[in-house]
Write a protein that binds this ligand. Structure first.
Ligand code: NAI
Ligand code: AKG
Length: 412
């Protein structure tokens, strides 16, 4: 299923509960603006390489549009549109004063040298800088991008528009970045997993966790949960699944990632190594955390999942048909627009600090993150239980209602 079709179906399910009419629904789903640009760079060997870049600005009813930049070979307009719309409901469900956007380039970042990646980023900025700005659309990291890409992006944008670090978040800490942004998404996933487990009566030491993806989000979620006494029995990345029945030593897995090329787990030998897709359907797992790509849980594998709870660290990991199967099976799903909102929340704190020319301590960032996510979690959990609907439907309902209310107040 196409990514935007999946997001549309989740939207309509919640809109049915809200009794929204079709005209309103279509206007809320339709992006404000979609931009597709050519990104041609000179390779280190002098040859030319051509890529396509996208920025989709979905909605600005609640504030400037906000969302990450993805470098991945599967990036296309449909996926970017889906991710941009998820950002709109995500910023609304955690009540940040933002709308939603997303961007990316269809490229395998591992095929580029560092200098090629820098040229790619700067050329992309040359093409889209006039639609980006601290009061219009503020990018951030997503798959395949990190603080270095954010620093190049800012530097190139400032060549056109002058000093303004609030134009992008997820910057290096010594270059106007917020302390705690790098860990924020994974930390948020971890803390919301703890809250979900508690509500389900699951004890940390007896709740076995598997995490798909050991990049920025998966690795920090694993660290937080291991520190909270959850046994992490499996993690995976594009090199395979790393499994240990008694629980992995996450400190040593983390260390291996930092020490190895491209941050891969390849060669980690203090556990069993299984095929890449084995992770999702492992039999002795209580909590499953997909933290890599979208669309990985489908009608085909939904019946084989043994976890009692799924925490969507990735954006859109479960397609709508699988979602129905999992709901029918009584599996609790914490939806992406809440589960991974820690990243955009600390991005907001970074933007606020940049605008005030002031710096917060790491403790303050963590405290405010915890407060923001706890409030959103309570609201979603209560709504779901009062209305006897899934957590996903409740989260979408809250997000959609807030966006709709902002449009109404603005007279639309
Ligand atoms: N970075 C952020 O702050 C945020 C990221 N997210 C979402 O979290 C997910 C992961 O993002 P990041 O950790 O930032 O990306 P990343 O690029 O840092 O890491 C991605 C990880 O997934 C692994 N991977 C890729 N394909 C895989 C597969 N088929 N099976 C197993 N592992 C696979 C990679 O090897 C890598 O370990 C994405 O869906 C992203 O949209 C959501 C909110 C914020
Ligand atoms: O930090 C941000 O602004 C956005 C992060 C993002 O792309 C996401 O939450 O999917």
């Amino acid at each position: 299923m196409k990514a935007f079709d999946a997001t549309r179906r989740f939207f309509h399910r919640a809109a049915d509960h809200l009794d929204l009419d079709m005209g309103v629904r279509e206007s809320m789903l339709m992006p404000q603006r979609e931009v597709q640009v050519q990104v041609t760079i000179e390779r280190d060997d002098g040859s030319l390489a051509n890529f396509v870049g996208f920025r989709v600005q979905h909605d600005k009813s609640r504030g400037p549009m906000k969302g990450g930049l993805r470098y991945h070979h599967e990036v296309d307009l449909d996926e970017t549109r889906s991710l941009a719309s998820l950002m709109t409901w995500k910023t609304a469900v955690v009540n940040l004063p933002y709308g939603g956007a997303k961007g990316g380039i269809g490229v395998d970042p591992r095929s580029l040298s560092l200098r090629e990646k820098e040229r790619l980023t700067r050329t992309f900025v040359d093409q889209i800088h006039d639609i980006i700005g601290p009061d219009t659309d503020i990018p951030a990291p997503d798959m395949g991008t990190d603080f270095r890409v954010m620093a190049w992006f800012r530097n190139q944008w400032e060549k056109y528009h002058g000093f303004n670090p609030a134009v992008i978040t997820g910057k290096p800490v010594e270059e106007y970045g917020a302390k705690g942004r790098e860990e924020a998404t994974g930390r948020g996933v971890g803390s919301l997993t703890v809250k979900t487990a508690k509500r389900l009566g699951m004890k940390p030491e007896q709740s076995r966790v598997a995490i798909q993806g050991f990049g920025n989000v998966g690795s920090h979620a694993a660290k937080f949960l291991a520190e909270s006494q959850f046994p992490i029995v499996a993690v995976s990345d594009i090199s395979g699944t790393y499994y240990c029945e008694k629980g992995l030593d996450i400190g040593s897995v983390f260390h291996h990632k930092l020490e190895h090329p491209q941050g891969l787990l390849e060669g980690y030998d203090r556990c069993d190594v299984l095929p890449i897709n084995a992770l999702l359907t492992l039999k002795d797992v209580d909590i499953l955390i997909p933290a890599a790509l979208g669309g990985v849980i489908t009608e085909e594998n939904a019946h084989q999942i043994s976890a009692k709870a799924i925490i969507e660290a990735a954006n859109g990991p479960i397609d709508p048909d699988a979602d129905v199967i999992l709901n029918d099976r009584g599996i609790t799903i914490l939806p992406d627009i809440l589960a991974n909102a820690g990243g955009v929340t600390v991005s907001y704190f970074e933007w606020v600090q940049n605008r005030q020319h002031y710096r917060w301590s790491l403790d303050r960032v963590r405290q405010e993150l915890d407060r923001t996510l706890s409030d959103a979690f309570e609201n979603v959990w209560q709504t779901a239980h009062e209305r006897e609907i899934s957590l996903r439907d409740a989260a979408f309902m809250i997000g959609i209602s807030r966006v709709r209310r902002a449009s109404e107040l603005a007279g639309r």
